[in-house]
Structure formats: structure tokens, C-alpha cells
Write a protein that binds this ligand. Structure first.
Ligand code: DLL
Length: 423
């Protein structure tokens, strides 16, 4: 794999500013953001008043903990535009979450917000090793989902040549990669595996492709999966994180030279980790639920938003901004099987550590009488008993494993559906 470390001179100065500088900027911006939300969004005015806090109460970053948390329920209750803080005609773009688990969550951006978004995604793509003029194959879905259009904004801002292929039509993805010779690909890790299969189905060795870096996010994936993908494609695999409610892709990004977790672009998004049960902040380094406050967003300021994503905060390395560890999973995706907590990422690690299996899997939950049961559906010629034993040893749960030929496990063209809950 080629060394793709970006030229330090190409970075935004704030990416490598001193902590004092970053903190001072955050304090100023946070005051503005709280005031903006309070003055313009009835929900925030009511929730701050109910908690007896006022934007003027913030003198230090630690005062933020006194402000109320915001949940997805709050956003749904204000569907569609109730959380917008500028007149509707100043909103330049609308995106929405898929709404597979209920009403969609609608978010808005002013033109300045779109510029900010382009800027943080450009930073992210640069951190992945892309440079102006490089060709990018963007296979994140275009549409209400923020993946396709969010990456596109950043690619334009960085000066890349973008192929806006979106998700789906997998054989065409292979043909375009072969013909156009992109340096980078942006895609969900699960869909990257489908593209990988399609390469092999065409009798092509993916290691011979032009790809030097894959920028994977929108769903949890493990370091074991990173190793699998890097080996299969002979390219770097780096992690990009984000969520619509906070912006979209580009809230945080892993640097290609270190691959040690994701630097949060803290000049725009202020992170906290809370104890998911009590809602109290925990210290950096401790695991918990990630909470974000936007510092510069105009159309849709978001204050202390509970992401449901579990991770921890770590100090900066390749950049001064703090890192978040690779997300273990969403608290909503945590399976409690006979009293034991299990995340799909833990199953992924066990699967990839067991020889003979393809990296595709789904977890089916059933209930016989009062007993919950978990079946892992996978593909390949691996030994099912060996996988079940590994899961028993590392996670402490007894599961069944089924395995079949290629194509047995349902494929996604975007975010993988890992859990089939039939209880
Ligand atoms: O998934 C934005 C995005 C697009 C990120 C493309 C990266 C690349 P939503 O559809 O609103 O936005 O879903 C957000 O997806 O709260 C996490 O649970 C999950 N997620 C996103 N990135 C990662 C990641 C986009 N790198 C939700 N690792 C988030 C783990 C991720 N989970």
C-alpha cells in the first residue's frame, strides 16, 4: 500500500492548532449556538426554561452539562420543520433519515451550513490521503440520505474529480472502477463487500484495481473487517463517521497515516460522552454514549444530541482535535440475549477470526417459549461448530450457526441489516 500521508502544509491551521486555541474558539461558538437555538427554536426555549438554564449561564465549556439533552423523540415531535431556526426560504437543502424505525427525521442547511459541511468533508477526504485532482468513486446513496451528497460537497470543495455513481447496480460499479481508474472509493463497508464479490464474479483480482483508499462509514465495522478489506483490495481502509442530525458524513474522520480512531472536527461539533443510564457526563477515556452540540450550524442547531452511539473520547494524535474510538455499535442494536449484552460488531470479530467464512452475516433472533435464541447466518465452508465455540468463549453466549454458499446472506446496497428480530 502506498504512503498517502497528506502534506502538513495542506491542512487547515485549526486541525493542528493548540488545545487552548481550540477551546477558546469552542467557548465563543458554543455561546453563539446556545443563544441562536434559544432565540429561534421554540423547543429549545421551552426545554432550557424547564431546566432553568439560560444561554448566558455558560461561561465555561463544562457548563454545557447543565443544559438539557435532545433526543430523536424531540426531533420527531417537531416534524417536519419545527426545529429549524431560520425562515424556511433561507433553507438551501433538506435531508432526512430513512425513517425505517418510525417517522423520518428532517434536517435543514443554509448555504453557509452547506459550505461548512463541504469544508469538513474536504478535510476528511484529505485526511484519507486524497488530493486535488484525484478521482473519487462515490458509491454512497444519493438522495435524502446524507452520504452521497455530503461526500459530493466535500469532493467538490477539495477539488477532486467525482464519479457520482451512488449505490446499487453492482456489476456496473466494477466496470466503472476498472474503466475510470479511481484512486478512492466512498462506500459503506458492507456494500464494499458486495462490490468485492462482483469483482471476483467477473474473474478480476480486486488487488489489481486502481483503488488506493476506501473511506468507509455509515454503519459500524471492526478493525478485523479493516484487515479483511485492506488485504482483499490492497488499499487503505479508513473510517468516516457522521449523522444527519449533526450534519452528515464528516463529523469525524480517521487519518490514513495513523488509523487510530476518528478525529472529531471539534471546531464545528462539540462532543461529550454520557452514561447512557444516568445521562451524566463521564471523563474522557471512559466508554459511554456520544452526545454532540453543533457550534456553527445556522438552519438546524442541535444541542446535546444523544446519538445512541457507544464509544469513548481519546486525545489527539495526527491532529490536535480529540479522537473517538471506532463505534462499537448503537445502544438500539445491543442484543440482550439471556442477560448477556451482544453487539453485531462482536459477532463480526468472531466470524472474521474463524477460517473459511465470507465476511457477510446476519443475526436472527427467535423465541421458543420464554427462551430467546440467536442464530448467525453466514456463508462459506468454515466450521460452524468452531464459530459457535469462539462466540461462546469470547462473548459467553450459546448461538447456532448456519452457513451456505455465496449469496445466502441478504446483501445491502447501503447500510447492512444485521439483526432480524423475529421475537
Ligand atoms: O450514516 C452519515 C454518514 C454517511 C456517515 C456516510 C458516514 C458515511 P445517518 O443515516 O443519519 O447518517 O446515520 C447515522 O449511522 O448515528 C451511527 O449509528 C451510524 N454510523 C455512521 N457512521 C458510522 C461509523 C449517516 N463510521 C448513524 N461507524 C450514526 C459506526 C456509524 N457507525
Amino acid at each position: 500500500m502506498k504512503d498517502l500521508t497528506p502534506d502538513p502544509k495542506s491542512l487547515d491551521p485549526i486541525e493542528i492548532a493548540s488545545r487552548d486555541e481550540i477551546t477558546a474558539l469552542q467557548r465563543d461558538r458554543l455561546k453563539w449556538s446556545l443563544r441562536h437555538a434559544y432565540d429561534n427554536v421554540p423547543h429549545y426555549r421551552a426545554s432550557f426554561d424547564a431546566a432553568a438554564v439560560h444561554p448566558d449561564d455558560l461561561t465555561d465549556l463544562s457548563d454545557l452539562a447543565r443544559f438539557p439533552l435532545t433526543t430523536k423523540q424531540d426531533l420527531r415531535a417537531n416534524y417536519p420543520f419545527g426545529m429549524f431556526s431560520v425562515p424556511r426560504d433561507q433553507v438551501a437543502r433538506i435531508h432526512a433519515s430513512s425513517g425505517t424505525t418510525g417517522q423520518p427525521t428532517v434536517v435543514g442547511y443554509t448555504q453557509r451550513d452547506l459550505d461548512t459541511w463541504g469544508n469538513v468533508v474536504a478535510r476528511s477526504l484529505r485526511a484519507a490521503g486524497l488530493r486535488p485532482g484525484d478521482l473519487l468513486h462515490n458509491a454512497y446513496g444519493y438522495g435524502l440520505f446524507t452520504g452521497g451528497l455530503g461526500i459530493h460537497l466535500g469532493a467538490d470543495a477539495l477539488g477532486l474529480t467525482t464519479v457520482p455513481v451512488s449505490g446499487g447496480m453492482t456489476p456496473r460499479q466494477v466496470r466503472l472502477i476498472t474503466d475510470f481508474q479511481p484512486k478512492g472509493i466512498t462506500v459503506t463497508p458492507s456494500y464494499a463487500l458486495s462490490v468485492l464479490d462482483a469483482f471476483r464474479a467477473d474473474g478480476l483480482d480486486p488487488r489489481d484495481s486502481s483503488l488506493q483508499v476506501g473511506i468507509f462509514g455509515a454503519e459500524p465495522w471492526t478493525n478485523a473487517m479493516r484487515a479483511e478489506i485492506e488485504e482483499a483490495f490492497d488499499m487503505h481502509a479508513v473510517d468516516i463517521y457522521g449523522l444527519s442530525e449533526v450534519m452528515g458524513p464528516g463529523v469525524s474522520m480517521e487519518c490514513v497515516e495513523t488509523k487510530d480512531g476518528l478525529h472529531i472536527w471539534e471546531d464545528h461539533f462539540f462532543p461529550e460522552i454520557i452514561n447512557p443510564e444516568t445521562g451524566e457526563p463521564v471523563a474522557d477515556g471512559e466508554m459511554g454514549e456520544l452526545v454532540f452540540t453543533s457550534l456553527t450550524k445556522e438552519a438546524f442547531p442541535i444541542i446535546r444530541y444523544r446519538t445512541r452511539d457507544l464509544t469513548r473520547l481519546l486525545p489527539g494524535t495526527a491532529r490536535s482535535m480529540r479522537r473517538m474510538e471506532k463505534v462499537t455499535g448503537r445502544s438500539d442494536d445491543m442484543i440482550i440475549l439471556r442477560g448477556v449484552n451482544v453487539f453485531p460488531t462482536q459477532i463480526e470479530e468472531c466470524l472474521l477470526a474463524t477460517p473459511g467464512f465470507a465476511p457477510h452475516f446476519q443475526i436472527e433472533l427467535t423465541r421458543a417459549g420464554r427462551m430467546d435464541a440467536m442464530t448467525i447466518h453466514c456463508e462459506g465452508t468454515g466450521d460452524s461448530t468452531a464459530l459457535a465455540n469462539r462466540i461462546k468463549q469470547s462473548l459467553g453466549v450459546t448461538v447456532s450457526v448456519t452457513t451456505g454458499p455465496t449469496g445466502t446472506v441478504e446483501r445491502s446496497q447501503g447500510k447492512a441489516v444485521r439483526i432480524l428480530d423475529r421475537r
